[in-house]
Structure formats: structure tokens, C-alpha cells
Design a protein around this ligand. Structure first.
Ligand code: PLP
Length: 396
């Protein structure tokens, strides 16, 4: 390349980067502490170097990237161990949405194998909207289970429904470990008893809770609350667990883990022109960045690192509740995980006013409340500023 051309290229690159910077400056930043409603956070600093190293990897064609493929198997093994499964099978994919759709694909295929015409799945009222996408795509039939006093699935409703509809085959139960709105955990051991009796597949959506509950110290566990959610519970066949939420990995890094590799055949599609004959993930061409960053962050933090992060989030959760009390703001429930629901007569209206004041939080549907997810980027100082703004907004 001529010297002149090189100089021109450099000038062009500088201009492009300047323009990109301006766009990026329009975005909110986690460190400013004003993102209070997201389940994502600032990725762990080691991510930057890993992203650069794995930039060109493509797990859609794993024969070309055997090292990255090995890493994926190791990550799934590590996550499996965290979830009490010595023999896991799964993938690091684009997020919780893809993970839930993937699990529903398996439930549907298994149902078809049994010769059923309708795919019947119990799903809690609190289920994430990704299940609605799955329903639309696969024509699933959901039986929506109401919530009990704890805002968790009413297991008696499931039992009664099965008794009253014996002719209706039930293919699956979706349970949540760390619901999007409140952080509640369905009573999965109780659900498991019913599932075992009727040979039903349980899928647990632990997209958020998967990287919280295993590291939650006893002192943060509510008395009489059931925190069991993983493969140690019978009939739990698949779990969504997202590294790009409380796992601190950069987006995209979602996780789907199955009890074992026998479920792969329900996902496999023939791939005539790639280095491997079958592909199981929904997304074809997919970066290996999620795999490599998750591997690196999990190795670096280990159990102790995640325990500290979860404990800090829980301390800040309790601090928010304490500050709320000072201003007579009520919590809708005792926090189960690092999510606080603040009772409000008009949560949507209040959240819009707060947004105008520069604070971004969301609302609950199952109870009139504002919702704060106390992620690792939230500090006590942010909480103080937020509480004062909320008080101002409510003209305390
Ligand atoms: N499941 C639960 C419980 C969630 O809270 C979310 C997102 O917040 C999802 C699934 C979807 O995850 P994603 O946005 O990564 O697709």
C-alpha cells in the first residue's frame, strides 16, 4: 500500500472511531448506577482480552475451531458441576430466550415421539416472555398455573388439573428459579413429586438464579423457603442458566444444560456442508466469545469469587430495603434473591417519571410494584441517590 493511501486509511479509521464514540456516548453506563432494572451488568474486566483472542471463532462450524469446542465442553462440565450434574450436555448460546426455546423444542419432539397431537405444558404466570415466542413458533399448548401466596407456582393447581383431565397427556412443566419480576423460586421438589408420578419433563428457567442460588450463603436464605432447583431434583431434565446475567460474562452468553447427552438427538439437524454432520443449536453461525469469556471468568472467580459477589449484592439488597423503610416505602415481598419489589399504586407512571429524572427501572405485573435488580454494578451510594430521587418523585 502506498504511503499516501495508508495515511488516508488511518485518517478514515480515526474519523469512524470518533463517530462511533459519539453514538456510544448516548448509551447509559452500568457504572453510573442508574440502570436498576436490568439483569445484565458490567462484564468482568478479563473479558476484554478474551474477546480479542476469540474474535473470529465460529462454533457453528466446530470442526474448524476444535479448541473453542473443547472449551465449550469444559464450560458445560463446570456449569453442570455447579448444578449437581456430573454428566451434563449443553451449549453456551445467545441468551435465556434461545435456551428456553431450545428446551421447548425437546419437549415438543418428545411429545411427538409419543404420538401426541397436542403439546401440553404447565407454565407459571411469572414465566418470562421468551416462552410466548416458543409457543408461537411451535404451537405449544400452555396451561398457565396461578401463583400462590409466595408468588410461586401453585402446585396443588397442577395436581388437581392432572386429576381432572386424565385424558390429557402432560408433556412438560416449566418452573422458575429466580423469576424475572420478583426473583422467586418455584417449589421444584414439590413439582418434582408430581412430575415423577406422571413421568413429566421439568425444565427449570434459572437464567437469572443459576449464577446466584449456588453461591447464596445460608444467612441470606429465607426460613421455610425452598431453594432446591437443580439436577439433584428428580425429573429436572434441562436448565437455562445465563453467564451473561449474574455470571458476569459479556453478552451474548446464555446457557442450556441437559441432564445428559441422550437429549441431543431431539435437537440435531443434518448439516451437509459443514465440518460436523449435525447441528443442535438454534443459531447456526455463533461466536465462541461467550464460551471463552464464561470459561475464563468461572476459572478466575471460582466458587469463592461468585460467593463474594452474590453476598455483596444481597447486602446491597438489604440496604435498599432498609433505606426504603426510612421513607415508608413498602416491599412487596421479602427479597428471595437480589431483586426488590417496591409497592407503588401506579408503577408504570412512577417508572416513567423516574426515567425522565434519569433512573431506569422496570415494573412488576403480578403485583403493583417497581422492580429493582440489585446487580453487582449497584453500590450503596447509588441506592442512596435513588431513594432520595424516589422520595422526591413521590413528594415525600
Ligand atoms: N428467563 C428469565 C427468568 C429471565 O429473567 C430472562 C431475561 O431477563 C430470560 C429468560 C431471557 O434471557 P435473555 O434476555 O438473555 O434472552
Amino acid at each position: 500500500m502506498l504511503k499516501e493511501d495508508r495515511r488516508e486509511n488511518m485518517e478514515k479509521e480515526r474519523e469512524i472511531l470518533e463517530k462511533l464514540k459519539k453514538y456510544r456516548e448516548m448509551d447509559l453506563k452500568y457504572v453510573d448506577g442508574r440502570i436498576l432494572g436490568s439483569m445484565c451488568t458490567k462484564p468482568h474486566p478479563i473479558s476484554k482480552k478474551i474477546v480479542e483472542m476469540f474474535l473470529e471463532t465460529n462454533l457453528g462450524d466446530p470442526g474448524l475451531f476444535p479448541g473453542t469446542k473443547n472449551l465449550e465442553e469444559e464450560v458445560i462440565k463446570m456449569i453442570g458441576e455447579m448444578l449437581h450434574n456430573k454428566n451434563p450436555f449443553g451449549y453456551i448460546i445467545s441468551g435465556g430466550t434461545e435456551a428456553n426455546i431450545t428446551a421447548m423444542r425437546v419437549v415438543k419432539k418428545m411429545s411427538r415421539e409419543k404420538g401426541r397431537k397436542e403439546v401440553n405444558i404447565f407454565i407459571p404466570e411469572t414465566a418470562h416472555f421468551s416462552f410466548e415466542k416458543a409457543r408461537e413458533m411451535m404451537d405449544l399448548n400452555y396451561i398457565v398455573v396461578p401463583l400462590d401466596k409466595k408468588y410461586t407456582m401453585d402446585v396443588k393447581y397442577i395436581k388437581d388439573y392432572i386429576e381432572d383431565n386424565v385424558e390429557k397427556g402432560i408433556d412438560g412443566i416449566v418452573a422458575i428459579a429466580g423469576s424475572t419480576e420478583l426473583g422467586t423460586i418455584d417449589n421444584i421438589p414439590e413439582i418434582s413429586k408430581v412430575a415423577k408420578e406422571h413421568n413429566i419433563y421439568i425444565h427449570v428457567d434459572a437464567a437469572f438464579g443459576g449464577f446466584v442460588i449456588p453461591f447464596l450463603e445460608d444467612r441470606y436464605r429465607l426460613e421455610g423457603y425452598n431453594y432446591h432447583f437443580d439436577f439433584s431434583v428428580d425429573n429436572v431434565i434441562s436448565i437455562t442458566v445465563d453467564p451473561h446475567k449474574m455470571g458476569l460474562a459479556p453478552i451474548p452468553a446464555g446457557g442450556i444444560v441437559f441432564r445428559d447427552s441422550s437429549f441431543k438427538r431431539y435437537l440435531d439437524v443434518e448439516t451437509p456442508y459443514l465440518t460436523e454432520s449435525y447441528q443442535a443449536t438454534l443459531i447456526g453461525t455463533r461466536s465462541g466469545i461467550g464460551v471463552a469469556t464464561t470459561w475464563g471468568i468461572m476459572k478466575l472467580l471460582g466458587y469463592e469469587g461468585y460467593r463474594k459477589i452474590v453476598s455483596q449484592c444481597m447486602e446491597n439488597t438489604y440496604y435498599l430495603v432498609k433505606r426504603m423503610k426510612e421513607y415508608s416505602f413498602e416491599k412487596a415481598i421479602d427479597p428471595v434473591l437480589n431483586i426488590v419489589a417496591i409497592r407503588d399504586e401506579d408503577p408504570v407512571g412512577t417508572s416513567l417519571i423516574l426515567r425522565k429524572m434519569g433512573w431506569y427501572l422496570s415494573t412488576c405485573r403480578c403485583v403493583d410494584a417497581l422492580r429493582v435488580v440489585v446487580m453487582p454494578h449497584i453500590t450503596k451510594e447509588h441506592i442512596d441517590r435513588f431513594i432520595e430521587t424516589l422520595a422526591q418523585c413521590k413528594k415525600y
